[in-house]
Design a protein around this ligand. Structure first.
Ligand code: SF4
Length: 242
């Protein structure tokens, strides 16, 4: 039987124009009126560029930016709620480092938006984990980024020492207080051979879901040596299948 791989899954291709009305007036007056939303269903909100690492593959053009005053953020959230926005996705940088995070989560909770996922690469102390646990009605999952269990490789990839130890402790703290924890690994030729071992360790300590993503080109810090080559893919496919 032919093995199913990403390359031979049959794809159906849709032409985007099929879904568009012929005339723009149809959107406001015609049959599309009732199915078009007049406001966004969800908002992706880049809330901070702050972050505790310096990843080789960073996708973000990080620079010091002036943040909106929290009073403005409050009024924007109220506005979103009035417009019936369903969900707000908080993005960074590292959202856990946003200085008004607790107040922000309070507001999101009060306005009954859908639960969110938070993603981080920073250390999570037991105290902070307990603080987040109070928002388990709106935090569906906390995702930690960890690319390897090898400290030297981690330091090379994320630019700071003792990273793996810090993230493993953070994961334990989060799990201990009862948060749902996921992990994400960006795979490059530098860490690929540690991925199966990392996967098993994360599973053993109770991480609910582990997401693996091959390095892809980003606009700001691209380097060709981070792309996986055919040998890496072949090796990984064999090992993950074991
Ligand atoms: S990719 Fe790394 S360095 Fe870039 S924002 Fe995310 S955590 Fe920070």
């Amino acid at each position: 039987m032919k093995k199913t791989t990403l390359h031979n899954i049959r794809r159906k291709i849709y032409a985007p124009r099929t879904f568009l009305p012929n005339d723009r007036s149809e959107i406001s007056d015609g049959p599309f009126r009732s199915i078009r939303h007049t406001s966004p269903v969800s908002i992706n909100w880049h809330i901070t560029s702050e972050c505790s690492t310096d990843c080789k593959y960073c996708y973000l053009g990080r620079r010091k930016t002036k943040l909106l005053p929290f009073s403005r953020i409050q009024s924007l959230i109220n506005e979103m709620s009035e417009l019936d926005v369903f969900s707000i996705d908080l993005l960074g940088g590292d959202v856990l480092l946003y200085h008004n995070l607790v107040e922000l989560l309070d507001m999101i909770s009060e306005c009954n938006f859908l639960p969110i996922n938070l993603s981080t690469k920073s250390f999570l102390s037991k105290e902070k984990a307990l603080q987040l646990k109070k928002f388990s009605n709106i935090i569906w999952e906390l995702q930690f980024s960890i690319d390897t269990d090898d400290d030297q490789i981690a330091e090379y990839l994320v630019g700071i020492p003792d990273y793996t130890q810090r993230i493993f402790s953070s994961i334990s703290n989060a799990i201990e207080v009862g948060l749902r924890v996921a992990a994400k690994s960006v795979i490059t030729p530098y860490n690929v051979f540690t991925i199966p071992r990392l996967y098993r360790k994360l599973k053993n300590i109770g991480v609910s879901e582990i997401r693996l993503a091959a390095y892809s080109r980003s606009g700001f810090h691209h380097s060709d040596d981070l792309f996986l080559n055919d040998n890496c893919y072949k090796w990984l496919e064999e090992k993950v299948g074991e």
